[in-house]
Structures are given as structure tokens and as C-alpha cells.
Ligand binder design. Structure first.
Ligand SMILES: Cc1cc2nc3c(=O)[nH]c(=O)nc-3n(C[C@H](O)[C@H](O)[C@H](O)COP(=O)(O)OP(=O)(O)OC[C@H]3O[C@@H](n4cnc5c(N)ncnc54)[C@H](O)[C@@H]3O)c2cc1C
Length: 436
């Protein structure tokens, strides 16, 4: 007999799992179809370099209300890496060394000037389109805004490298409004934004979070079940997945990342307000690397520039005989993060004394079920597409961190988006779904 359910959720990342949990609580029957052989999506705790490390999303913070509520709900704990005892940066070709505070003091004038109008443009980060004239600044990219500050070369490099750490992309591709949104989420404080996005990780890994939500959801999660095609009418949808199995549902929630949405075979086609940002793609195209070096090594932080293969490196685990570093670069095509020789060469920009024992990472840009890292928008994407990306199309609904309001691009945004979408479906369950 042809299988039927109330709601099919495409994707078992955090947004999909939250949607399933919230809908199952209301008594609706859900099936989650996940292309990968694991849950978690762009969060992925994997055993590499002798320990459990995060290949994707990692850091969380108590100023991120949605994910923090989940941490409290499941009794999860957070921890931090070792505090940096020294910091390296470049002034032209010269390597400078100081404390983390020295570095923060150096980037402070640039950060402060770049972000001084944050709350004017994004007074309500939970409703990012509140200011009607936002399009006036949404046309700018982060690079041109940094260039306008006319900073001395050392400060400029350092500010750029810090932003690559945040944005994981060449800065000329990144919307200035993305920097404003991140900073608005911490009420205009760039120091707190910096801390919120890169210090505290889950002790049991993001795997603990995904598994807790999945267990609580009692969801029917079908792994290795990529959705192949979907047809929809005002009354329901038929989904074909895996090797041609079919399933019909009254509603569907699509949680795939922005960059691959346009590749889904959907009839009738999605509106252009959803397809265009997907074809244009997000700005993010960077890389995250895990590196094991011979130890002991004093915990350190290092920033180069956005033009180096690795822009930011820091110690995440310090042992007696080795240390594990985490690093980010703006462009995944510039370095093979699994090649220890390439990594050692990249580290030589600051330090010739480090011996790389192993290196690893995941190429999210070529991963068929992501094709991006975390969301950073291109100029104009926020004001042109944000609303359209959130809207439902008849019986099709959308949940993704990529179009969350508050911490879009973060784990928090995935929780926010899944929660909102589940509520919309539940409250409108008995009504005929409206398009748009
Ligand atoms: C390298 C990296 C570092 C990051 N660092 C941080 C961080 O420190 N802190 C933070 O908060 N966030 C971070 N993020 C971002 C965070 O991980 C994501 O924003 C969040 O996990 C996205 O959740 P989601 O559910 O919206 O999307 P996803 O996790 O992408 O979930 C979508 C799911 O859909 C599945 N799917 C795709 N196509 C199909 C198909 N055809 N059929 C069925 N299933 C399909 C995918 O496999 C995936 O499981 C990082 C991300 C990356 C990649």
C-alpha cells in the first residue's frame, strides 16, 4: 500500500530534528528523510586525530537563546579550549607576537568604526528587516567598508583575518549587513560577538545535542534516504526518495542548505524568491582544518591575512606530547586540509617550529548535501530574499539556519527556524495552506 504520513521533513540537521520534535509533540505523524548515513547535517562530531572533533558547527553561547534553551533542556555542558598564552599576527611580512589582549586592542579601532552604526541599521536583530532603508547599506560588501577605514597595513591585515575567522569567505563577497547582524545580536558589542561565535563548545560534542533532540522527537528518521523529487498540490505532496520509494504527506518541510535548494526536483517549481538566492549562492566558501602538531606547545592564537591559505589558527586541545589546532581559511580551493605538508607550509607564515603530525577536515564546499559552510550572505541577499526564503509555498514549508532571523548561520538559527516552522504548521493544520 502507498505510504502516507502527516508531515515529511527533508533533512535531519538541527532544523529538521527540531521541527520533527515539535510536530510529534502535537500528535502529528512525521517522517524525516535524510540523505546522509548520520543525523546532524552541518554539525558533525567525528573521531579524528585521536579525539572527537567538530568537522562543522562547534561554538555556542548563552547569548544564543534558542540553542541555550536546548542545552538547558537536555542538561548538556559547555567547555572551552585552553586560553591563548601568546598571539601572532603579521604587519606586512613581519611576524609580530604579543598577548591576546594586545591583538584585541590593535583591532579595536577598526572594529569599533566598522560597526558603530550597528544598532541604527539592525535595531531588532530578531527582526532584521525592521529599518525600511536597510537596502542602502545592504549593497555594500565587507571589504569595501574595511577599505574605507584606511587602516595602517598591520591593523588592516589583522582586522581582515579576524573577519575571515568569522565569515569563512573572501571579504569582497560578504555582505556588510552580515557583520551588522552578528554584532546586533550581541547588542552592538563586537567583543561579545567575538566570544559568542568562537569560544564555548559542547562537552559531549554537537553529536550529544543532535542525539538528544532525535531521541526526544521519537521521530521516524530514515538515513541514506536522499529525496530525488517532489510534486505538490494544494492538498498534499508526493515525495520520491532513495531508490524510488514514494511517500505522500499533507505537508513537507524542506531544510536543505540554501546553496542546494535549487537542485531539488520540485513540481510545480519553487518561486524565484527562493530559487534565485540558491543559484546565486551564499558568500561562504571557506575551509576548517584540524591539525595535530608535536608538543608540548604553548596555547596560541595566530592571524595572517585573508590572502593566506589559513587566516586564523588556534590551539583547541593542549597535551603533553601533542596539541590539536583548529584553523580557518577563506577559500577551500587554496588548500587541501588533509595534506600535512600543505598545512605545515601554511603554518610557516607564523611559525617554522611546528611539526605537523596529522591534519584533517571536511570539504563542505564539494559535499553534495551542503555545498557551503555556514551562511554568510552576499550583498543584497538579505533585503531581497530573506522574507521569500521563509515563506511557505502551498503545502511546502521551509526551515533552515540559513534564513533564521537572529543568529542566522548558527546552530541557534537552526533551532529558531525549526521551532517557528513547526508552530506555523501546527497552528494552521486544519486550514487550507495559502501560497506565500
Ligand atoms: C565548518 C563549519 C563550522 C561551523 N561553525 C559553527 C559554530 O561554531 N557555531 C554555530 O553555531 N554554527 C556553526 N556552523 C553552522 C551550523 O553548523 C549550521 O548553521 C547549522 O548546523 C545548520 O543546520 P540546518 O539544520 O539548518 O542545516 P543542515 O545541518 O545543513 O541540515 C540539512 C540536512 O539536509 C540534508 N539533505 C540535503 N539534501 C538532501 C536531500 N536531497 N534529501 C534528504 N536530505 C538532504 C543534509 O544532509 C542535512 O543533514 C558551522 C558550519 C560549518 C560547516
Amino acid at each position: 500500500m502507498h505510504e502516507q504520513t502527516d508531515v515529511v521533513i527533508i533533512g535531519a540537521g538541527i532544523a529538521g530534528l527540531i521541527t520533527a520534535r515539535e510536530l510529534n509533540r502535537t500528535g502529528l505523524r512525521t517522517v524525516v528523510l535524510e540523505a546522509r548515513d548520520r543525523i546532524g547535517g552541518r554539525t558533525w562530531t567525528a573521531h579524528r586525530l585521536g579525539r572527537d572533533v567538530e568537522m562543522g558547527g562547534t561554538w555556542v553561547h548563552w547569548v544564543q537563546p534558542h540553542v541555550w534553551a536546548e542545552i538547558t533542556r537536555y542538561g548538556l555542558a559547555v567547555t572551552r579550549g585552553p586560553r591563548a598564552e601568546e598571539t601572532y599576527w603579521l604587519a606586512g611580512d613581519d611576524v609580530r607576537r604579543g598577548t591576546a589582549e594586545d591583538f584585541m586592542r590593535m583591532i579595536d579601532p577598526g572594529m569599533t568604526r566598522l560597526l558603530e552604526d550597528t544598532m541604527k541599521w539592525i535595531p531588532r536583530p530578531d527582526a532584521p528587516l525592521t529599518v525600511p532603508r536597510l537596502a542602502e547599506v545592504d549593497q555594500f560588501n565587507l571589504q569595501e567598508m574595511l577599505d574605507e577605514l584606511d587602516l595602517p597595513v598591520g591593523e588592516k591585515n589583522a582586522n581582515e583575518a579576524a573577519w575571515v575567522g568569522h565569515f569563512n569567505a573572501p571579504l569582497h563577497l560578504c555582505a556588510y549587513t552580515s557583520a551588522l547582524r552578528w554584532t546586533a545580536a550581541t547588542a552592538g558589542s563586537w567583543h561579545l560577538m567575538h566570544q559568542a561565535s568562537a569560544i564555548f563548545r559542547l562537552t559531549g560534542g554537537t553529536r550529544a545535542l543532535a542525539e538528544a533532540i532525535a531521541a526526544d522527537a521519537h521521530a521516524d528518521v530514515r538515513l541514506s534516504s536522499p529525496v530525488r523529487s517532489l510534486t505538490h498540490t494544494p492538498h498534499g505532496a508526493e515525495i520520491t526518495y532513495a531508490d524510488g520509494q514514494t511517500l505522500s504527506a499533507r505537508r513537507v518541510v524542506i531544510t536543505v542548505p540554501q546553496n542546494i535548494l535549487h537542485q531539488l526536483d520540485i513540481t510545480p517549481a519553487l518561486p524565484e524568491g527562493k530559487l534565485r538566492p540558491s543559484r546565486e549562492k551564499t558568500a561562504s566558501r571557506g575551509v576548517k582544518a584540524w591539525i595535530r602538531v608535536r608538543g608540548p606547545v604553548k596555547p596560541f592564537f595566530a592571524y595572517s591575512s585573508q590572502h593566506h591559505p589559513l587566516s586564523v589558527v588556534r590551539t583547541e586541545y593542549a597535551g603533553e606530547h601533542d596539541a590539536v589546532l583548529v584553523a580557518f581559511g577563506a577559500d577551500a580551493t587554496r588548500i587541501d586540509v588533509t595534506d600535512p605538508h600543505a598545512i605545515e607550509a601554511a603554518l610557516k607564515v607564523w611559525r617554522a617550529d611546528l611539526e605537523v603530525l596529522e591534519a584533517d577536515g571536511h570539504d563542505w564546499m564539494t559535499d553534495p548535501y551542503a555545498q557551503q559552510t555556514w551562511l554568510i550572505q552576499q550583498p543584497r541577499q538579505l533585503t531581497r530574499y530573506h522574507r521569500a526564503q521563509q515563506e511557505n509555498t502551498g503545502v511546502l514549508h521551509f526551515a533552515s539556519s540559513d534564513h533564521a532571523n537572529l543568529w542566522a548561520g548558527f546552530i541557534d538559527g537552526a533551532v529558531e527556524s525549526g521551532t517557528r516552522t513547526a508552530r506555523q504548521i501546527h497552528t494552521g493544520w486544519d486550514q487550507q495552506p495559502a501560497t506565500g
